[in-house]
Write a protein that binds this ligand. Structure first.
Ligand SMILES: [Zn+2]
Length: 101
């Protein structure tokens, strides 16, 4: 088992019939509990922390839905950052305007 810093995920690796098999630890953990994952499914991290591979945090989801979910999460994150920016702007503006008076 090792951690790939580049993708920020844990992997497991083992040998089967002389073949090396590599798998995302999240998928592996899910499979230990529930059996093989159908090809069209992904394992999603409920708290969106890809390092948290606890069984409670894993959820099986259709790959298509998974992609949609993540683009949505990305989008809502972007909106949050924009709101933060907006707030900061508003603060500095009220500070400058109050110093005027
Ligand atoms: Zn996910």
């Amino acid at each position: 088992m090792w951690f790939n810093r580049f993708v920020g995920r844990w992997f497991v690796e083992w040998a089967e019939n002389g073949k090396r098999i590599r798998m995302l630890r999240s998928r592996w953990i899910w499979e230990q509990e529930h059996g093989p994952i159908p090809e069209e499914y992904d394992v999603h991290h409920k708290d969106v922390n890809k390092e948290n591979d606890g069984l409670d945090n894993l959820e099986l989801i259709l790959s298509e839905d998974h992609d949609n979910l993540h683009s949505f999460l990305k989008f809502s994150k972007m909106v949050d950052t924009e709101i933060e920016w907006f707030r900061k702007d508003g603060e500095s503006e009220s500070q400058t305007s109050s110093s005027k008076y």
